[in-house]
Design a protein around this ligand. Sequence first.
Ligand SMILES: NC(=O)c1ccc[n+]([C@@H]2O[C@H](COP(=O)([O-])OP(=O)(O)OC[C@H]3O[C@@H](n4cnc5c(N)ncnc54)[C@H](O)[C@@H]3O)[C@@H](O)[C@H]2O)c1
Length: 382
Amino acid sequence: MPKIKLYNNIAQIGLDQFTPDYEVNENMEDEDAILVRSANLHDIEYSNNLKAIARAGAGVNNIDIDTCTKKGIAVFNTPGANSNAVKELVFAGMLLASRDIYHGIEWIQTQKENENIVKDVEKQKKKYAGHELTGKSLGVIGCGAIGIQVANLALRFGMKVYGYDPYMSVDAAWNLSRYVNHVTNIDDLYRQCDFITIHVPLNDATKNFINKDSFDKMKDGVKLLNFARGGLVDEDALLDALDANKVAAYVTDFPSLKVIQNDKVIAIPHLGASTEESEENCAVKAAQELMDYLAYGNISNSVNLPNAKMDMNSPFRITCIHENKPKMISQITDILKDANIENLMNKSKKDIAYTIIDLDSEVDTTPIEKINGMIRVSTYKK
Ligand SMILES: NC(=O)c1ccc[n+]([C@@H]2O[C@H](COP(=O)([O-])OP(=O)(O)OC[C@H]3O[C@@H](n4cnc5c(N)ncnc54)[C@H](O)[C@@H]3O)[C@@H](O)[C@H]2O)c1
């Protein structure tokens, strides 16, 4: 019975996806898979049995991906499952940055004993006046699941939208409105936009993506939104840009002690995906990804292995995670020369490849495990 270890409270509807053939709980050893939300897994000891980690959410910086890849552990996430929730909060953030709703509410809270409140509101309201979104320009950095939804909705607000994403997938491109201006040089986005929102993953290449150099190129009085990860913005450069009135407001879902000291920062306690709907969507998707992998070796939405999905119509399946180098398939098929291969799929992602082979009968896979460059071999019976 495959064992699934839980590292956070996972929405019940997600746990209900697991059939009775799975053991699912928080306290176990020798787990086959981990289901996690945001718990930090960097310092955990991986069980030798561990085959997969599914993150019910998009960002995976709570997981040591390189170690997982070396050990042949598939890491899944659930892109898109929380994108509507984040999109809605980005718009709340944009409205908070353009109308002084926040300070207005703060002032109202101090007036609980004021019997002239109705009159005073009319006197005070000009202090909190702002601007409309319609007619303003929005730059979206990263046009993935969230960026696309933000860009498309901004058009409906009557904004002029610029999208920047050199690595955009074809699927994503199909979903992005053709009225979004495609920017190939990010400096053009910095120069033209009243609002800039960033929706890229945080990794070594994107750390401090928005830095002094970027701020220097932005319009005076730009409003910056960060609902992706705190580390994408260089906070020292941001504080200088806020002091110099280059940036009029910074709305972030990732408060740090440094940035919350500044009055122009509107900080939200990481609420982007915190809706019941989003947590349920993510939990369901993560559970389904794990079951499809553990039962059939099918991969969808893995961050370290290629997507590979094949209906299993044969009695026996072998899957191999291996280095992406020449002669791997020929060595495998050579070992299987006396067997009847009914179906075969090979996919690669950077340095790693994944091969699924369906056979009409069971074979011993020990010689395949010994091939140089082989990382992990698994077998499945129908
Ligand atoms: N605030 C929250 O609670 C919350 C919730 C979900 C996701 N997130 C964050 O939002 C990020 C985006 O989520 P998503 O679901 O849209 O992910 P996604 O993978 O669908 O999209 C990310 C996009 O960024 C693009 N990209 C990567 N590097 C880039 C670069 N250097 N320049 C421009 N574009 C680049 C990719 O091509 C991709 O299209 C996640 O990585 C996560 O950190 C935050």
